[in-house]
Design a protein around this ligand. Structure first.
Ligand code: TIU
Length: 233
C-alpha cells in the first residue's frame, strides 16, 4: 500500500487500476475569454494557472497506463436535458444555448464546449458528458466505476467549489475515497477555493482528503513498474 501525504491525514492508494485521475470540465467555455465563464462575469485567466500541473499529472497517469476520466458540462442541442431553471439563472449577456463567439454556450459538440487542446482526451480515456454540476447526476459514471472496480478518485479541474466540489460530494456519498489535488483545481474566487478545501477536510476528512500534485507524482513514482499497464476501458 502506498501512502500519499495529505490533509487531514495520509491517503492510502490502492493497487493500480483501482484509482483514477478525474479531470473536471477543463473546457474552453470555462477557461477562455469568450466562453460561458466569462459571460457569467468571471476573470477566466485565474483558471489557466493549473494547466501545466494538470499536464504533468495526465502525463504521469498516461505513462503508467492508469485510468483517466474527463468530464464536460454540456447539454443536448435541443436543451432537453437542461432544466429551465438552469437556463434562466444569472444575468449574463448570453444564456445556455445562445450563440456566442465560440458557438452555442454549453452545447455538446460546439467549439467552446471542447476540452482545451493541452488536455484533450485520448481515444481510450473515459469521457463523461454531464448536464449538471456533479459528474454522477444523470450520467453513466457510477456504472463505469463499478464495472472497472475503481474505488478511489483523485479529483482535479474547475471550478473548485462548483463542479469539482459537487462531484466529490456525490462520490463521497456513494462510498468512493476521494482526494482533491489542490494545485490542480482552481476557482474564479480564491477565497471560495480556500474555504472549499477546508470544508472537505474538516471534521476528520468529512468529504475526503486534499494534497498537492507533487505528493501524487512522488507516490506514482513508487509504483512497481510491473504493476502498471491497466487499460482505461
Ligand atoms: N460557474 C462556475 O463556477 N462553474 C460552472 O458553471 N461549472 C463548473 O464548475 N464546471
Amino acid at each position: 500500500m502506498i501512502s500519499i501525504s495529505a490533509t487531514p491525514y495520509d491517503y492510502e492508494l490502492p493497487e493500480p487500476g483501482k484509482f483514477a485521475l478525474v479531470i473536471i470540465d477543463m473546457q474552453r467555455d470555462f477557461l477562455e475569454p469568450s466562453g460561458f465563464g466569462a459571460v457569467l462575469g468571471n476573470d477566466v485567466s485565474r483558471l489557466q494557472a493549473i494547466v501545466p500541473t494538470l499536464e504533468q499529472l495526465l502525463a504521469a497517469f498516461r505513462s503508467l497506463k492508469l485510468p483517466v476520466i474527463h468530464t464536460l458540462e454540456c447539454h443536448q442541442p435541443d436543451l432537453s436535458d437542461c432544466p429551465p431553471a438552469k437556463i434562466k439563472r444569472g444575468h449574463g449577456s448570453l444564456k445556455i444555448g445562445d450563440r456566442g463567439p465560440m458557438g452555442r454556450i454549453l452545447i455538446k459538440g460546439e467549439p467552446g464546449n471542447a476540452i482545451i487542446p493541452e488536455l484533450e482526451p485520448l481515444p481510450d480515456e473515459i469521457v463523461i458528458y454531464k448536464p449538471g454540476k456533479g459528474a454522477f447526476y444523470s450520467t453513466e459514471l457510477e456504472a463505469i466505476l463499478q464495472e472497472k472496480g475503481i474505488t478511489h478518485l483523485l479529483i482535479t479541474g474547475v471550478t473548485t467549489e462548483v463542479c469539482v466540489q459537487t462531484t466529490m460530494r456525490e462520490a463521497n456519498d456513494r462510498g468512493y475515497e476521494c482526494l482533491m489535488i489542490e494545485d490542480a483545481t482552481e476557482s474564479y474566487f480564491p477565497e471560495f477555493k480556500h474555504v472549499a478545501l477546508a470544508m472537505i477536510t474538516a471534521q476528520g476528512g468529512i468529504i475526503g482528503w486534499t494534497t498537492t500534485a507533487n505528493h501524487v507524482l512522488q507516490a506514482l513514482a513508487k509504483l512497481p513498474l510491473g504493476r502498471a499497464g491497466f487499460a482505461n476501458n
